[in-house]
Structure formats: structure tokens, C-alpha cells
Design a binder for this molecule. Sequence first.
Ligand code: DGY
Length: 325
Amino acid sequence: MKRKIITYNFVLTEVLEPLKNDYDIEFFEKINPRTDAHFLQALKEAEGIIGLALPVDAELLDRAPKLKIVSNNSTGYNNFKLEEMTKRGVMGTNTPGVLEGTTADAIFAILLAAARRIPEMDQFVKTGRWQQHLTTEQFGIDVHHKTLGIIGMGRIGSEIAKRGHLGFDMNILYHNRTRNLEAEKKYKAAYCDKETLLKESDFVVLMTPLTAETENLMGAQEFKLMKPSAIFVNGSRGKTVDEDALIRALKTKAIHGAALDVYQIEPVRPNHPLLQLPNVVTTPHLGSATFETEQKMAQLAVKNLLAGLTGKVPKNLVNPDVLNN
Ligand code: DGY
């Protein structure tokens, strides 16, 4: 009998094709993993899971007695309850090292879009309202030579700093758990505390992973510290931001605008108050979503999965303690 693999949400199916001879692959999309009977049945036999944002917690793990590995098709792995996985000998993996440039491009794109009001101006042209020279009503704000504050200077943060420094002559500030000496040297990034960064930056970009420490990292106090002319950009995870506090800051003009790729609940509902504000640019968690990069991510996720299933140590194991079990 073939060993069972589950795919959840999204992985490029072509990458899974070569596995079909040896594995029985079941695809699940748009289901509730807590209640879908077919999924729960498949879990009983599954040795591997590959996919995006599946909540892997005690409840799921208890229903998956044969599970060896969950391979995330993403860099983020906040969907893993690592302690529970490690306790049960289940490996977790992610896909770093292939998506940083692509994600930095996307985050820089929404930063620029918010500063220059590109989505609004696109509608201005398409709805026939462009009938004379632009006035102050349509003006945006400059990006070049401004101060870019990056909270979370990991691999993607560094790529954003590179674009800001080399492409836009920006002054780079950053805050991180540990110093990033390479970014300091290459992009003249200056390390500072969070408060200083918030007070001095014209653009605040949040790129931290979601952890217990970073949940609601940006709240009412933090938005109050920002300049009224500043733009807030979130490319991390929605739960790092108190969305009610952000809405208040935007409505009261405590900050100038926001550009968001991530939300507390995804997909964000169409009537969400954030979507009603003209000074907010939104995208649908598209950071890594290019053909080239999604392919690389899927290939890496499959490699990790196969390593885990064949008794090897996957390259991107995020809970190495599991090897001591
Ligand atoms: C990642 O890789 O974590 C991206 O945010 C896609 O989920």
C-alpha cells in the first residue's frame, strides 16, 4: 500500500507529480480542517502533510497518529504549535532562502503605492475624473531620501533595506532581536530601539515573524509615537498589529496612511473597516506570489517533505529538538 500524503491549501501541483508513483496524495482546499470528514479520515493514515497555514496543534496531531512531517510551503511557521509537534516526534519545516527578494519587491511596491497613492490615482484616471492638471488634492509624498524604519531585520527585512538604501537613497533604521551587522555595513542601517524608530521614521515596515512576543506589537501606543506624516507597512502577519488601533490611527490622521499585505483574519472580509479607508493600500498576502518563486518554494517544500518521510533530516527543520526523541 502506498504511503499517504496530504496537501493542504496550496502547493503547485506539478511539483507533486513525480511523487505519485510512490505516494497516495490527497488534495484538500477550501475545507475546514477541524470538521471536514474526508480530511479527518485522511489524517488517520497521513505520514506527511505539505501546504500552507494549516493549524498544526494538539487537536490535529491527536488525529494523525502516523504523521512524521508537516512541510510548510512558506517561510512563516506560526501555524505550528512546535512544542506539541516535538513532543509527538513530528517534524516541521519551512521554505527560507528562496522568497526574500520577491517578498521585498512586493513590500516595496505597496510602500510606493501608498506614498504615491497609485490605486487611488488609477481609479481617478479610469473613472474619467482626470480632466485638468493635478492639484494638491492628488499629490502624494516622496519616498527617496526619507527615513525607512524596519522592525524585523531578517532576510526579507535586509532585502527591503537594500532597496531603500541603494535604490532610493533612504536613511535606514532598524529594530531587531539581534543586531544585523551585515545590513549595518552594506546598507548603513542604524540599530535603534523601537520607540526611536517609530518616532523618526517616515515609513515603518513591520517584517517580524508572529510569535508570542510580537503579537499586537503595533498597538495604540506605537501608532501614537509615529509621525502624522508617516506610512505604516505590514508584510509580516496580521496578528502583529492591533487592527482596531490601526483603524483609529488612520481615521484620526495620527498617521498618514498604511499599506497592508496581511490581516488578522485572511482572506479579509470585504466589509472590513480597513478596506473602507482611502489612505490604506491593500494586497491579498501576495508577498511571495510570483510564478518563479512559488515554484522554488514548492520544490523546497517537497524536498523537505521527502527527507522527513525517508528518515533523513530535512534542510529546513524548524524544531531540531525533535531529533532527540
Ligand atoms: C511566507 O512565506 O511566510 C509568506 O508570508 C507566505 O505565507
